[in-house]
Design a protein around this ligand. Structure first.
Ligand code: NAD
Ligand code: ZN
Ligand code: ZN
Length: 343
């Protein structure tokens, strides 16, 4: 397949351009080339643009989320064929290495989070997907729009936030950050019926959305009394699970201030600078701190919850635009909506 395509290219901190690039070709037998029909913008793309992710070098096509149609497969791909509608996992997994066999696809020795980071990504008309058999998921046509939310944000909110945070029936949970990832944690935390689901953000619009999505209370992080308010809401104990879904020191500190004895801080955010660990307060509180790069091992389960309408990821979509308009819409300064994707 020859020809050129449009692609959003990272050009170093603060710089991105929409460029013509050659359409990618199969270069390993297990590759597939996918024609991208929908993609979206992740908070991690914003971290890359801030210069927080040194593995992503200038010249890289951004994007690690998407659905599309298989255009071509290498001779080693056995489960997908040209014309198949597919969901792209943000994590490429060989399925065979030691980490993959442990279900830790994020650390696959020849994959992991490489899309839109170490290899060209999905904010383009076509993308090369390595380890296609174990990194793509078959979908039925028509579901595309909702399913693009499964490439990254729903598994991230669920695996890094809800599972690592050990959300339990009757527990109290705080989610710090109500971007798409925080809201995905909010939706999937409800699988476990926690008693309290407190959402904290700086953006009142996002807090309003969080209330619509099932938050039992919302608080603006700009208010210095926010940690005290959480204490009040939880009878002075704090929350059993504090999910950090921002990726800045202030939000992690908020989690440290509101976690209850015996509780868990589940870090989800991508951090670009060091964060203070307040062991002088925490050493005696029997807490657990977890970190995780999403593995997308929960993808088959999440697909079933979407197909059976237990959750509706479409709720997370507010704006649609075409790839040609991505430069106008993806600057951090005008990023007010939760998730945008383009047709
Ligand atoms: N661990 C993983 O595998 C993984 C995967 C995907 C995304 N992420 C990370 O998850 C984080 C969230 O992603 P997103 O797409 O929702 O990002 P986003 O930028 O859309 O949302 C972040 C939200 O945090 C809010 N915020 C900023 N400072 C705050 C503060 N001090 N207190 C409370 N809220 C504050 C912002 O108003 C915004 O609503 C990012 O750091 C992203 O890189 C991690
Ligand atoms: Zn992401
Ligand atoms: Zn592997």
């Amino acid at each position: 397949m020859k020809g050129t395509m449009r692609a959003l290219v990272y050009q170093g901190p603060g710089k991105k351009v929409l460029e013509d690039r050659p359409i990618p070709a199969v270069n390993t037998p297990t590759d597939a080339i996918v024609k991208v029909t929908k993609t979206t913008i992740c908070g991690t793309d914003l971290h890359i643009l801030k210069g927080d992710v040194p593995t992503c070098r200038p010249g890289r096509v951004l994007g690690h989320e998407g659905v599309g149609v298989v255009e071509k497969t290498g001779p080693g791909v056995t489960t997908f064929h040209a014309g198949d509608a597919v969901l792209i996992s943000c994590i490429s997994a060989c399925g065979k290495c030691e980490y993959c066999r442990r279900g830790m696809y994020s650390h696959c020795t020849t994959g992991g989070w490489i899309l839109g980071n170490q290899i060209d990504g999905t904010q383009a008309e076509y993308v090369r997907i390595p380890h296609a058999d174990t990194s793509l998921y078959r979908i039925s046509a028509g579901d595309e729009e909702a399913l693009v939310m499964l490439s990254d944000i729903l598994p991230t909110g669920f695996e890094c936030g809800v599972l690592n945070g050990k959300v339990q029936p009757g527990n109290s949970v705080a989610i710090v950050g109500a971007g798409p990832v925080g809201l995905a944690a909010l939706l999937t935390a409800q699988f476990y019926s926690p008693a309290e689901l407190i959402v904290i953000d700086l953006n009142d619009y996002r807090l309003q959305v969080a209330r619509r999505f099932g938050a039992t209370a919302t608080l603006n992080a700009a208010d210095a009394s926010t940690p005290d308010a959480v204490m009040k809401m939880t009878g002075g104990r704090g929350v059993d699970t504090a999910i950090e879904a921002v990726g800045v020191p202030a939000s992690f500190t908020t989690c440290e201030n509101i976690v209850a004895p015996g509780g868990t801080i589940a870090n989800v955010g991508v951090h670009g600078v060091k964060v203070d660990l307040h062991l002088e307060h925490l050493w005696s509180r029997n807490i657990t701190i977890t970190t995780r790069l999403v593995d997308t091992v929960s993808m088959p389960m999440l697909l079933k919850t979407v197909q059976s309408r237990k959750i509706d990821p479409k709720l997370l979509i507010t704006h649609h635009f075409r790839l040609d308009h991505i430069l106008a819409r993806s600057s951090t300064s005008n990023r007010r909506a939760h998730v945008r994707h383009f047709a």
